[in-house]
Design a protein around this ligand. Structure first.
Ligand SMILES: NC(=O)c1ccc[n+]([C@@H]2O[C@H](COP(=O)([O-])OP(=O)(O)OC[C@H]3O[C@@H](n4cnc5c(N)ncnc54)[C@H](OP(=O)(O)O)[C@@H]3O)[C@@H](O)[C@H]2O)c1
Length: 252
């Protein structure tokens, strides 16, 4: 199979890195000449990656076309491009809904997918909407596939993907605090990364236990975890989190 990526930015780069770490058998990958720097580096690193002359040539050469451009660029360029009948379109674009995509590409065979940067390590969830057998068997090599029938629900998943930077900030503040207590930066960062990695892995491992139960089990009454949780609740830390999710949801 030949696949093409319209837009050669961060997410294309991660997906391609994941593909070459996986067992997926891909004949050729065509990428946009933009971004030049990333395109050059990918084609240099992987023999099967070729830089297309332009977006239309990329579409003509590929069986599947991944839309990995920003919403603004998508609205601008997609209506000018021609997609033949047999092409499958997979959109990574965060804020263009299926109906709009169908209208501007004049194509019905479109699926929305949410890859995240760790797809480059073949890790993390990959939301596919609506469910698609071929895409499921493709993306299961690159992460944990979650199929969603209802587009509105898939938009809720988009909203939660906005918690990457806040998560890193949470662990960064924790690490900075350790540094203020005299811990070396490298040691502090390594400690918090290992702590939060183990917490996530533990939650996945204990998949029969609900997250709320983990919250309960990780505190002893009157203990330090109970104290910090109570303090954060009192300061409305989690109410603010919910509000942020509600506001960002409106954008998707
Ligand atoms: N990054 C993520 O974690 C992530 C996750 C899921 C979904 N997405 C979605 O994926 C899309 C891309 O995100 P990104 O983070 O990869 O953005 P990005 O790094 O800014 O990449 C966008 C790419 O589009 C290129 N481009 C601009 N104009 C173009 C044109 N006319 N024709 C072809 N390519 C053009 C840019 O090239 P120049 O640099 O030359 O302008 C750049 O290579 C967005 O819609 C985003 O919502 C991203």
């Amino acid at each position: 199979m030949k696949i093409g990526f319209l837009g050669t930015g961060h997410i294309t780069s991660s997906v391609i890195q994941g593909i070459f770490k996986s067992k997926l058998k891909i004949k050729k990958i065509y990428i946009s000449p933009r971004n030049k720097k990333i395109a050059k580096s990918l084609s240099k690193k992987f023999k099967k990656v070729l830089i297309a002359k332009n977006n239309q040539q990329l579409i003509e050469k590929s069986n599947w076309i991944f839309l990995a451009i920003t919403p603004q660029i998508g609205i601008k360029i997609l209506k000018k491009l021609k997609f033949d009948k047999n092409k499958k379109i997979i959109s990574f674009i965060s804020t263009i809904k299926l109906n709009k995509l169908k209208e501007i590409t004049r194509k019905k065979n479109i699926t929305r997918v949410i890859p995240l940067p760790f797809i480059g390590m073949k890790k993390g969830p990959v939301v596919i909407c609506p469910p698609d057998r071929k895409l499921k068997s493709f993306f299961k090599h690159l992460g944990t596939v979650i199929e969603i029938k209802n587009e509105k629900i898939s938009r809720s998943f988009w909203a939660t993907s906005s918690f990457m930077a806040p998560f890193y900030n949470l662990i960064s503040v924790t690490s900075d605090w350790l540094v203020t207590k005299g811990v070396k930066r490298a040691e502090a960062e390594n400690y918090v990364k290992q702590l939060f990695l183990a917490l996530s892995q533990d939650a996945v491992f204990k998949n029969k236990i609900s997250l709320q139960q983990l919250v309960v089990e990780s505190q002893t009454p009157g203990g330090t975890n109970a104290y910090v949780l109570k303090e954060l609740k009192k300061k409305k830390f989690y109410k603010i989190q919910q509000k942020a999710l509600n506001s960002i949801f409106k954008k998707f």
